[in-house]
Every structure is written in structure tokens, then in C-alpha cells.
Design a protein around this ligand. Structure first.
Ligand code: ADP
Ligand code: MG
Length: 398
């Protein structure tokens, strides 16, 4: 579901062949470049904010096969906490793409622009999926969405009455493009896919995603989890062992499978990552089934699925953070359940709380978590821990 926080972009076209960006927040430097030289510099240390805007602009240029794009001036103001798992990066990419498409009269369906933005954001260097961009465009006020891919589709999921979601920012920031952690997980899933494919006698190098392999094998999530358990081992795999299993050299593995920023990694855990993916996917559909069935126990069951999800992110996918684990622990007893949201390694937790106890829950976090942070007095807690409900997706104001 989309949160109420957003990126607002004021845009005008100009006659000059240039793209100029300004930000209300002074820490984001002004930027300008010629529209003839649009490119996203691949950097693995710190990524400038303009790169996310360029992803959106370039995505439209490539999709619309435009020889050039109209000159644009853009001013940005955002309220989504950055690098905190609420996908400020995709909000920025999607806003830039929507503005550029509108200015250049490129028309797309919501699903097309969402898929296009998912591809475009990968210019940053992170091999992300497409959930964030999908909800940016397909979100609808009052309903959660079940999002599926290949092809992208989203179905309404009505949440049972009495469900209140509270977002709590752990205040540990993680810029996903500035470390290899995020891509490492993508690669570990790719390695699991290829090792499993090889074990089934398939042409393994053709498979890059666990979901594609599952489709090929026509197995259910629990059957895939069983396959992971029977084929892969729990101990980490060295790069050398993977190469022996796949029958290739390390430089071939770099070329065929790994991203530039993960080629230095010596050990991978395909067993844990793949097991998490299939069990987590199972939980997504279980969550929807509980929402549809309703009943007295629905909210507790949803909460349990969220707790299980957090435990799996922490232990199997290893993308949590001790501050997120603390928030989830403090949620026990008051919330139905809680988990990290977004990519992890910091950022926000989301809790499902009984409506009548939401204030009590927020106050508990304020007293037992935020009051103990080193900079407690300077925190604007209303923007850090708050209730949210499913909001609308991106719109153009003319
Ligand atoms: P998230 O979990 O929020 O998507 P990412 O690490 O993927 O975190 O992206 C965060 C980056 O997005 C920031 O470092 C910044 O470059 C950009 N960003 C987010 N919000 C804004 C904003 N309001 N203005 C400019 N850039 C922003
Ligand atoms: Mg992001």
C-alpha cells in the first residue's frame, strides 16, 4: 500500500536543451545538465539525488524512443524519510518519469510506466524488483494490493475492519545503492536459482530468478522450499564451490551471474536466501487468504504472519538491523504483529495494531525506544512514528 508521505515535483518545460533540478531541502545540491547528455553515472560509494531523477527521465526517453527530451526545470519537495525502507528512491524516480512523460506527450498505461520505472531505477546499480514502482502508480485509497509480476498485475486486498498500521522509523539509514548488501542478496537468489536449475538438469545459465525456475518446474511454494532443503546445504558456499558445482571458472561466474559490485564477495548463502523467498511468498498469499476469509481471528493471524516474516528477514535473509529487532520486540503484547518493511538493514518497521490501542502503542515506542536514542530531544516524533492507511498513487496536477 502507498503511504501518505510523498514526493512533490513542480515542473515546467523550457526552450533550452537542459535539465535543471532544485530541492527545497538545502542538503540536496542543485543540479543541471544538457538534455543531450543524459546519463546516470555508476558509482558505488555515494549516489547523488539527481541520479534518481535521471533514471526517470532516461526511462521515458528510452521507452518513448525519443531522440531528445524537452528542456525541464524541476523543483522537488519530499516528506518520505530517505533511506528508510519506505521507498523514497522509487517515489523520486516515478515522479520524474511521470513529469517527463507528461512534458513529452509520451503516453503509457499505469502498469507500463510502473514496469518502465522498475527497469529505469536499475540504472542506479541496485538490482531491485518492481513492487515499489508498482504501488507508486497502482495504489488506491482504502485498499491494499497484492502485486504479482511477469506480467505486472495488482489485485485489491480488502483489509479487515479494525486494522491500523503504524510505521516506526528505526532511524538507522541505509542507502541501498551505496553498499553491496542489497545486490548481494539478489545474487544469492540468482545463485540458488542456477544451482537448483543445474540439479534438475536444466540449462542453468538461462535462469536468473527463483520465480522463473518455479514456473518452469510447476511447483508450489512449499515444494520449492523442500527442493531448496534437499539440494542446497546450510553452510555458506565459497565462490570456488559454486564454480565447481556449475562447472565454470570464477571469471565466468563474474560474467554470467554476478553484478559488478558483488564480484569481490567470497561467500554466499543461497540456501537461507531461497528458503526465505519461497516461505515469504507463501506468507503473502496466506495473508491475502486471511483477509478474504475475515472472521474474529483474522487480525491475530495477519499479525502472526508479520512476526514470522520479520523472524525470517532477520535469521534467513539477514537484512534486519538490531534497532528494527528492538522495535519488533517492543511490539509484542500490544501489536498483533510487526516486521521490517522495505529492503531492510535499517529503516522502518510496520506494525498491525488494534485501532483502539494505536495511541498506547505509539506512546510505548516513544517512551521505550525513541526517548533512549542519543539525539532524543531533537527528534520530530510525529514524522518518525505514525499511523498510516492505504493512500492513492501518483497524480499530475495541471
Ligand atoms: P529508500 O528506502 O528510501 O528507497 P534508497 O537508499 O533506495 O532508500 O534511496 C534514498 C535516496 O533517494 C536518497 O539518498 C536520495 O538520494 C534520494 N531521495 C529520497 N528522498 C529525496 C528527496 N526528498 N529529495 C531528493 N532526493 C531524495
Ligand atoms: Mg529505494
Amino acid at each position: 500500500m502507498a503511504v501518505q508521505q510523498d514526493i512533490l515535483m513542480a515542473v515546467r518545460t523550457t526552450n533550452k536543451p537542459s535539465l535543471s533540478l532544485a530541492n527545497i531541502e538545502r542538503s540536496y545540491d542543485d543540479f543541471s545538465c544538457s538534455t543531450e547528455e543524459l546519463r546516470v553515472e555508476k558509482r558505488s560509494d555515494s549516489v547523488p539525488w539527481s541520479s534518481y531523477v535521471l533514471c526517470g527521465v532516461l526511462g521515458v526517453k528510452e521507452h518513448g524512443r525519443l531522440s531528445s527530451v524537452a528542456g525541464l526545470q524541476m523543483a522537488v519537495s519530499g516528506t518520505i524519510p530517505p533511506s528508510s525502507g519506505l521507498s523514497s528512491s522509487s517515489a523520486l524516480v516515478c515522479a520524474a518519469a511521470l513529469a517527463t512523460a507528461h512534458a513529452n506527450k509520451v503516453t503509457m498505461t499505469k502498469s507500463e510506466i510502473a514496469s518502465m520505472c522498475a527497469r529505469a531505477e536499475r540504472h542506479i546499480g541496485t538490482e531491485g524488483g518492481g513492487m515499489d514502482q508498482a504501488i507508486c502508480f497502482l495504489a488506491k485509497k482504502g485498499t491494499a494490493k497484492l502485486i504479482e509480476f511477469s506480467p505486472l498485475r495488482a489485485q485489491d486486498v480488502r483489509l479487515p475492519p479494525g486494522a491500523v498500521f503504524v510505521i516506526a522509523n528505526s532511524l538507522a539509514e541505509k542507502n541501498k545503492a551505496a553498499s553491496s548488501d542489497f545486490n548481494c542478496r539478489v545474487m544469492e537468489c540468482r545463485l540458488a536459482t542456477q544451482l537448483l536449475a543445474k540439479s534438475r538438469g536444466l540449462e542453468w545459465s538461462k535462469y536468473r530468478r527463483l520465480g522463473d525456475l518455479q514456473k518452469e518446474l510447476r511447483l508450489q511454494f512449499d515444494e520449492m522450499a523442500r527442493l531448496v532443503r534437499s539440494v542446497l546445504h546450510e553452510e555458506p558456499y565459497s565462490k570456488k564451490e559454486i564454480c565447481v558445482e556449475l562447472g565454470i571458472t570464477e571469471s565466468q561466474l563474474d560474467e554470467i551471474t554476478l553484478s559488478p559490485n558483488t564480484r569481490h564477495i567470497a561467500e554466499f548463502r543461497p540456501y537461507q536466501r531461497a528458503l526465505h523467498v519461497f516461505q515469504e511468498a507463501g506468507r503473502v498469499f496466506a495473508f491475502r487468504a486471511v483477509c478474504e476469509a475475515g472472521g474474529e481471528d483474522a487480525l491475530s493471524q495477519m499479525g502472526q504472519l508479520m512476526n514470522d516474516s520479520h523472524a525470517s528477514c532477520r535469521d534467513l535473509y539477514q537484512c534486519s538491523h538490531e534497532l528494527l529487532d528492538t522495535i519488533c520486540r517492543l511490539s509484542e503484547g500490544l501489536a498483533y504483529g510487526a516486521r521490517l518493511t522495505g529492503a531492510g538493514w535499517g529503516g522502518c518497521a510496520v506494525a498491525l495494531v488494534p485501532g483502539e490501542r494505536a495511541d498506547e502503542y505509539i506512546n510505548k515506542l516513544k517512551a521505550e525506544f525513541y526517548a533512549r536514542r542519543p539525539n532524543a530531544e531533537s527528534l520530530n516524533l510525529d514524522t518518525i512514528v505514525f499511523r498510516t492507511e492505504p493512500g492513492d498513487g501518483a497524480v499530475i496536477f495541471i
